[in-house]
Design a binder for this molecule. Structure first.
Ligand code: F6R
Length: 610
């Protein structure tokens, strides 16, 4: 949420900044801004614009920036104050010498603002961020670093900050609590950014700034300190990401590209983790004995990751016989879950930076639970505070709607459930082998679904006019229904509800008439007949039925208006297969309705605020 980039070096800062900022646009896109130091005059120059980054570029074309080799910029996801020019970052102090970009929320900003107003500071925006600029000004006595150090000690909440001061045009300052920030190390140039893809074409050497750290960055020197001003040692990591993984590679949208990457992601995962008679999860951080001793599992996650966790609950309870409780992170953190030393808490998060999930984990850790996270972003905050990490290795997910990260999370959950089943001896080696064999087939089944994407596209387009969708599933595909509905609503803005099909009669059936479409997940399963009964109930009330069924099912055509077939597989694995057509239905409906698929309104990837 919100993207920050900063540059200091020998090249012109603006082209580097704007290019890097565009790579962070998935983090927020309601307004953006840039600030550079005009070293000739000298003067601090700011340009800001409401809307997407392209509007900022247009503004700068008509109002060019002077040459400069130092600058910071920001793309915003509004929390405090409307998305407009005034509230866009960077924010400046009264003198106009100090500028700040910020990701996160300053929770005590009102108290600080009132005190600063009393001291005569003038505020222009409604943001929490502007407080930081004025507070730095208040502490500034000729040493910007010291002023920032005093400031960050007064801030409560989450923040990643980039700060410039006109009096010190050779220094860029960065600080972090909660929200992520990295420093990129180049040759005679250094960078700050909210995420690695922003600066990947300039450097692969990065420092992950840790909680409570403050950095003084010059073009050829980086120093890191704690908030008391004590220098701390740091490690420079080499990232292995390739530049082309963060490009569209000919696809019209990142979402479509990421949907197509799913066979590859799962092939790699299963090749690495499925051994002849065992599942290898190297980074789990717990011994087989510790896994065996676990008597309870808690899953915490948000959104799509929560839906993956729901599938995980079905799997682990079935295969390993361990009771699994699941909560959305924002609920878990504010209630009193019963957690003991034999509780394993599984946190699932693509970004590893979701504020609620991080807070939930901290709660669980304090109560003595072991934490294993399922995470996509290497080195993320979640990965760092967990006892073990099961990386999904799905590659950067840029489309705001999660696709490949979801199926990769499912993949890891299947592997974990098998491992736990073997450790607890509730799953026989023979049955584990059969399941593992079936899992290995999933990528080729994905390829078949993708080959037939035009059928899905046609059906999606024919139904794109419906004003409301219901998604029904049962048992292990109940979470698939929730995920299908989430995907559709977030990118097409059509109201969509996911339900356990058995719940239909308890309320949602009132919605059904000829103006509603119902997506019924009816793969081959022990509950297939029950789903057919639900479909009949919908049809007799004139609802349109789109059924997702197993290839070879000849009966379903008599019941549904449209059928999308998925290949036959082990019944337990059907959530992996259902995911693809559901993602594609959402995608093609959103495209047909002219929606901004990769950057849907009001959303942002990586929800780093509560
Ligand atoms: C939906 C979506 C969100 C995320 C949720 C959690 O497509 O992407 O619902 O799943 O914000 O994010 P992570 O997984 O980064 O914790």
């Amino acid at each position: 949420m919100c993207g920050i980039v900063g540059y200091i070096g020998e090249k012109q800062a603006y082209p580097i900044l704007i290019d890097a900022l565009k790579r962070l646009e998935y983090r927020g896109y309601d307004s953006s801004g840039v600030s550079i130091i005009d070293q000739q005059k000298p003067e601090m120059v700011i340009r800001k614009s409401q809307g997407k980054i392209i509007h900022l570029e247009e503004l700068i074309k008509s109002h060019p920036l002077p040459p400069s080799t130092i600058g910071i910029c920001h793309t915003r996801w509004a929390t405090h104050g409307m998305p407009n020019n005034v509230n866009a970052h960077p924010h400046k102090d009264c003198s106009g010498k100090i500028v700040v970009v910020h990701n996160g929320i300053i929770e005590n900003y009102e108290e600080l603002k009132n005190a600063l107003l009393k001291k005569g500071h003038t505020f222009l925006s409604q943001t929490d961020t502007e407080v930081v600029a004025h507070l730095v000004e208040e502490h500034y006595q000729g040493d910007i670093f010291k002023a920032v150090q005093k400031t960050v000690k007064q801030l409560k909440g989450a923040f990643a900050l980039g700060i410039l001061c006109l009096d010190d045009p050779k220094t860029l300052i960065a600080a972090r609590v909660g929200s992520p920030l990295i420093i990129g190390i180049g040759k005679n140039e250094n960078f700050i950014a909210s995420d690695v893809p922003a600066i990947l074409q300039h450097t692969k050497k990065v420092i992950y700034l840790k909680e409570g750290e403050l950095a003084k960055i010059q073009k050829d020197k980086v120093q890191i300190f704690d908030f008391n001003g004590k220098a701390v040692s740091f490690k420079v990591d080499k990232v292995t990401l390739k530049v082309d993984t963060v490009q569209k590679q000919g696809y019209p949208h990142f979402m479509l590209k990421e949907i197509h990457e799913q066979p590859h992601v799962l092939t790699q995962m299963f090749r690495h983790c499925l051994k002849p008679k065992a599942v290898s999860l190297d980074e789990i951080g717990l011994s087989d004995k510790q896994l065996k001793d676990m008597t309870q599992i808690f899953i915490v996650a948000c959104g799509t990751a929560y839906h993956a966790g729901m599938v995980g609950k079905y799997l682990i309870e079935l295969l390993a016989g361990i009771p699994v409780a699941i909560d959305v992170s924002s609920e878990f953190r504010y209630r009193t879950p019963i957690i003991g030393k034999k509780t394993l808490v599984l946190a699932i998060s693509q970004s590893g930076e979701t504020a609620d999930t991080l807070a939930a984990i901290k709660e669980a850790k304090a109560k003595g639970a072991k934490i294993v996270s399922i995470c996509n972003v290497v080195g993320s905050s979640l990965a760092r505070i967990s006892d073990g990490v099961l990386y999904t290795h799905a590659g950067p997910e840029i489309g705001v709607a999660s696709t490949k990260a979801y199926t990769a999370q499912l993949g890891v959950l299947y592997l974990l459930a098998i491992k736990l089943g073997l450790a607890h001896k509730t799953l026989s080696p023979k049955n584990a082998s059969l399941l593992m064999k079936d899992l290995k087939q999933i990528p080729s089944l994905y390829a078949r679904i993708l080959k037939d994407k035009h059928t899905i596209e046609r059906i999606a387009e024919q139904n794109a006019h419906f004003g409301c969708f219901l998604f029904l599933g049962r048992n292990i595909n109940y979470p698939s229904a929730l995920e299908g509905a989430l995907k559709l609503k977030e990118i097409s803005y059509i109201p969509a509800e996911g339900y356990a099909a058995g719940e239909m009669k308890h309320g949602p059936i009132a919605l059904i008439d000829e103006y509603r479409a119902v997506i019924c997940l009816a793969p081959e399963s022990d509950l297939y007949e029950k789903m057919i009964s639900n479909i009949q109930e919908i049809r007799s009330r004139k609802g349109k039925v789109i059924a997702l069924a197993t290839e070879g099912d000849a009966i379903i055509h008599a019941h549904a208006d449209h059928v999308i077939y998925v290949p036959k597989t082990n019944k337990l694995l059907t959530p992996l297969l259902m995911a693809l057509p559901l993602q594609m239905i959402a995608y093609y409906i959103a495209v047909k309705r002219g929606c901004d698929v990769d950057q849907p309104r009001n959303l942002a990837k990586s929800v780093t605020v509560e």
